[in-house]
Ligand binder design. Structure first.
Ligand SMILES: C[S@@+](CC[C@H](N)C(=O)[O-])C[C@H]1O[C@@H](n2cnc3c(N)ncnc32)[C@H](O)[C@@H]1O
Length: 244
């Protein structure tokens, strides 16, 4: 990634708490369903900057965590956030390709990273191998709300046609479902507009001019992909699953 692309990505993410449509209250409820016990080890697969992992660690005394991603900028942001909250001693952020990771943990978080294993079904089978017996996972994945256009399938791949199908695949992969819900329209709008706002605000300042114009182009493209494309058509589900 060149410096310009790195800056555009930083601008897209700067206003986001995490890289998924999710409010803080909703995140808290999902972590409650995950029922993390003191001294648990938590593995966050495709952690981004690991905000959910850090919040889980802050909630549960003596828990420890590992966040894995290939995005070095995101991992650095996670390390800095961990240091500023006094959590560095309890968390490690590592760069690795998910299908090559072998670690196990009592609690796993995997949100928005199914494509790393080639899709939902193979991701569910893969993440189960990362769970200790009687472990739990918070699994976040996309699904279609109504039939997708070929363009949407080109952008997001072959997702499940409903939340019910996602839960069915989870049980087929050997999990028992403990909870499932979906991102609301408001969570989607906050998430999407959060990414454009970082780009737009930088472009409004206008310096340097070439990068400002690229930031505006990127915001235009992303906004149109959402408003003309997947708004109200792409769903995102959060499942809390127990390994059997
Ligand atoms: C939609 S983001 C979600 C990030 C994070 N889970 C969150 O909720 O903020 C998906 C993440 O998966 C990571 N990812 C995708 N493919 C990967 C792979 N093969 N190995 C490691 N990380 C991967 C991306 O870099 C990205 O940070």
């Amino acid at each position: 990634m060149d410096d310009e692309e790195a800056k555009l990505r930083e601008l897209q993410y700067v206003n986001l708490a995490w890289n998924t449509p999710l409010t803080a209250d909703h995140a808290d409820r999902l972590l409650d369903h995950l029922d993390i016990r003191p001294k648990s080890r938590i593995l966050d697969l495709g952690c981004g900057w690991g905000e959910l992992l850090l919040r889980a660690l802050a909630k549960v005394p003596d828990s420890s965590g590992v966040g894995i991603d290939t995005d070095k900028l995101a991992l650095d942001r996670g390390r800095k956030n961990a240091a500023s909250r006094g959590l560095s001693g309890r968390v490690r952020f590592a760069s690795a390709n998910l299908p090559r990771v072998r670690s196990t943990a009592e609690r796993v978080i995997c949100i928005g990273a199914s494509h790393a294993w080639g899709g939902t079904e193979s991701a569910l089978r893969a993440v189960r191998r990362h769970l200790s017996p009687r472990g739990r996972i918070l699994f976040g994945d996309g699904f279609w709300i109504g039939p997708p256009s070929p363009q949407l399938v080109g952008m997001f791949g072959d997702l499940q046609p409903s939340l019910a199908d996602l839960v069915t695949h989870a049980t087929a992969a050997g999990f028992r479902p403990l909870f499932a819900d979906t991102a609301t329209d408001a969570e989607w709008d906050d998430f999407e507009w959060g990414t454009y706002r970082g780009l737009e605000e930088f472009a409004l300042d206008g310096r340097p001019a070439a990068l400002a114009s690229k930031a505006r182009e990127r915001a235009d493209l992303r906004r149109s992909e959402y408003l003309d494309g997947y708004r109200g058509r792409l769903g995102f589900a959060y499942l809390v699953l127990a390994s059997t």
